[in-house]
Design a protein around this ligand. Structure first.
Ligand code: DX5
Ligand code: ZN
Length: 226
């Protein structure tokens, strides 16, 4: 059933880093309600991006929740730094967490919302023992590491499965999708059950971030109504 609140979480990975505050403000004016921050370490993923100092600056530039997606090895070592820098939501990859329950509880101990992320090749079943305690599940619809990649349709069934498990077991987590979300794919992800839509290239790639955000949200909400 589609009846949930849809939120747009622009990924600043595709923004102009020299004008980050302005870019976030534009996306916010277009209806974005969460700021997605992609943290990459050059080990778990083949790219390096940003860390706690940028989160700290962003914290002063926006009132929206900061959703820190940690694509890093040894996340336990850095969770405190991100929380203290101002992260509101912190997600970690199932693939790097040997003690996933402990890591999720560590995030919660900082009063942040705790999310778990699965790569395209990782099944939902690997999360069965943590679904009761997570605040959100992030389904990667590209292999993490870069913005502007092509959406992988084979990941849609995982959003559906997560919605189904939640309904059956009365869990509370929200479903987030990340990678290749744009005007051409937004209907599919919303119909599959995604509620928090991460979009980098589709918001900041070209044109006006406000207009792009509005168009994406409009297309997403049309699915909910339709
Ligand atoms: C990919 C990142 C994504 C990325 C999404 O590793 O986790 O958040 O920025 O970018 P688009 O929307 O351009 O695929
Ligand atoms: Zn991300």
């Amino acid at each position: 059933m589609i009846g949930h609140l849809i939120e747009l979480a622009p990924s600043i990975l595709s923004a102009d880093f020299a004008h980050l505050a302005d870019q976030v403000e534009q996306a916010t004016a277009g209806g974005a309600s969460v700021v997605h921050v992609d943290v990459m370490d050059g080990h778990f993923v083949p790219n390096i991006t940003i860390g706690p100092p940028v989160v700290k600056s962003l914290r002063r530039a926006t009132r929206l929740p900061l959703d820190c997606h940690l694509m890093i090895e040894n996340p336990d070592q850095y969770i405190g730094d991100f929380a203290e820098a101002g992260a509101d939501w912190i997600s970690v990859h199932q693939e790097v967490c040997r003690h996933l329950d402990r890591t999720l509880n560590l995030i919660k101990s900082y009063k942040c919302r705790a999310g778990v992320v699965i790569n395209p090749a990782t099944p939902v079943e690997t999360l069965s023992e943590v679904l009761a305690i997570v605040d959100y599940v992030l389904v990667m619809s590209v292999n993490p590491g870069f913005g502007g990649q092509k959406f992988i349709p084979g990941t849609l069934h995982k959003m559906k499965k997560l919605a189904q498990i939640r309904a059956e077991r009365g869990y509370q987590y929200r479903i987030e999708v990340d990678g290749g979300v744009g005007l051409d794919t937004v209907a599919d992800v919303v119909r599959a059950g995604a509620e928090i839509l991460v979009a980098g290239n589709a918001v900041f790639g070209k044109g006006d971030a406000k207009v792009n955000a509005e168009a994406l949200l409009e297309a997403a909400r049309n699915q909910v109504r339709g």
